[in-house]
Design a protein around this ligand. Structure first.
Ligand code: SF4
Length: 432
């Protein structure tokens, strides 16, 4: 799906901006620190030379992303063996981390959950033959370059392959070598034409890469045209900016989005350490602009594969006004095997959430099937036995309960006749 066509412009986001000189990134901070949480002290340690105005400017972060092992080794301790290994990995799967996201890493913890998502691992290539390049076969359903039409009522517009951070578990890591590109005006017009002529399309998902790497005026020009199509009911934006660079969710962007609702935004928090003051403020700004925010996390080994972490993540999301939406089983993507968990882990997590917290805090655990089969919800089986007349159900504590199944009875007489039959089902049931 995220293929580079001949007419695609190859650019880096915000190329119109002058990159900051080395002096500007090294100067001492003169402004006062904004009020923040413990996060501020981590940022001071790693990036104390950065001014507050630069730190609050998403374009500064974007221009100053760490994209090589040599740069990374200047910021966090890496042995020469680690550096050599990481150079081998990044030759196949590049590296990009925003200073903001890097500042969230606890450098004294080699198993830090932020580190595992951002910093390459030798296992990406040592286990690299396991899995598939494009398990979801996204290219197959591309109707015009960049537009995927798999389900009847919705389409996916892929506007760019640029992301502020390259997540080590990304399903599209096969695309990382294509260079930074955004769709040209002509390509976008072709996508819009397809949508205009397909009246079944009521939901347009804007994705990438990360679509918020486009400037706000550029995004507005596209969103305004989508909104002008009468049969398009909702627009959805898929972005990880609130997590890896929340400074992007600024007033200009929120004011623009507020003009074209209903717009929904799906983001991708995987661990509660990502829910900083900055991230919470970004989500709050979106919600206040009329943009509901949902979260799609990926179940990752050593990052969020326990009930306790998921519970804390989901509660922190709700406190940030973000609804936990999906928990994805990590796809069968080459270069991610070391981060994948058995499906049973996800099922156990779901069993540990249901009943122990409110339904609002529980995402749907899904497997996105290979070969474009779509999403299938997976979870513990609460039906122990079933006849036409009755179900035996297990609750979250393991207790069994009878539940009469009304079936398709059309008259009161049939209903009365059915009740004694249900009571004859020979299944022992424990009632509390
Ligand atoms: S933000 Fe999404 S598309 Fe971009 S690298 Fe991360 S997981 Fe992949």
């Amino acid at each position: 799906m995220v293929t580079k066509s001949a007419t695609t412009k190859t650019i880096m986001a915000n190329e119109e901006e002058e990159p900051p000189s080395s002096n500007s990134t090294r100067r001492e901070a003169k402004e006062e620190e904004p009020p923040s949480t413990g996060f501020a002290s981590r940022r001071n340690r790693l990036f104390s030379h950065v001014s507050v105005s630069d730190w609050n400017d998403w374009k500064w972060h974007f221009r100053n992303r760490i994209t090589s092992v040599t740069e990374l080794a200047r910021v966090i301790p890496l042995s020469s063996k680690e550096q050599s290994q990481l150079k081998l990995v990044t030759a196949k799967y590049p590296l990009a981390i925003t200073p903001y996201y890097l500042s969230l890493i606890n450098l004294s913890d080699p198993n830090d959950p932020i580190r595992k998502q951002a910093i390459p691992s030798i296992e990406e290539i040592s286990m690299g033959s396991i899995g598939m390049e494009d398990p979801l076969e996204e290219r197959r359903d591309s109707v015009v370059p960049g537009l995927v039409h798999r389900y009847p009522d919705r389409v996916l517009m892929v506007l760019t392959d640029i992301c502020p951070m390259l997540c080590r578990h990304c399903t599209r890591k096969r695309e990382w070598h294509n260079g930074g590109w955004v769709r040209s005006d002509e390509e976008i017009e072709l996508m819009l034409d397809y949508i205009r002529h397909n009246h079944a399309v009521r939901d347009v998902i804007i994705s990438g890469g990360d679509p918020l790497t486009l400037s706000t005026p550029r995004l507005e020009s596209i969103i305004a045209k989508i909104r002008a199509i009468e049969h398009v009911e909702i627009i959805r934006i898929g972005t990880r900016f609130p997590v890896v660079l929340p400074q992007r969710i600024d007033t200009e962007l929120c004011d623009m989005l507020s003009k074209y609702g209903p717009i929904w935004l799906n983001t991708h928090f995987n661990h509660y350490n990502e829910i900083t003051t900055e991230a919470m403020q970004a989500c709050d700004r979106l919600v206040r602009s009329g943009v509901p925010v949902n979260n799609q996390s990926v179940l990752l080994r050593g990052v969020n594969d326990s009930v306790d972490i998921q519970l804390k993540l989901c509660h922190s999301l709700l406190k940030s006004k973000v609804r936990p939406y999906y928990l994805f089983q990590c796809d069968e993507v080459q270069g991610t095997e070391h981060l994948r968990t058995p499906v049973e882990t996800g099922i156990k997590i779901m069993a540990g959430l249901r009943g122990y917290t409110s339904g609002l805090a529980i995402p749907t655990f899904v497997i996105d099937l290979p070969n474009g089969g779509g999403k299938v919800p997976i979870g513990p089986d609460y039906i122990v036995a079933k006849t036409e007349d009755e179900l035996i159900l297990k609750n979250y504590e393991g207790h069994l309960f009878r539940f009469r199944n009304p079936g398709n009875l059309s008259s009161e007489a049939e209903l009365v006749k059915a009740i004694p039959a249900a009571s004859k089902v020979p299944v022992p049931v424990v009632r509390r």
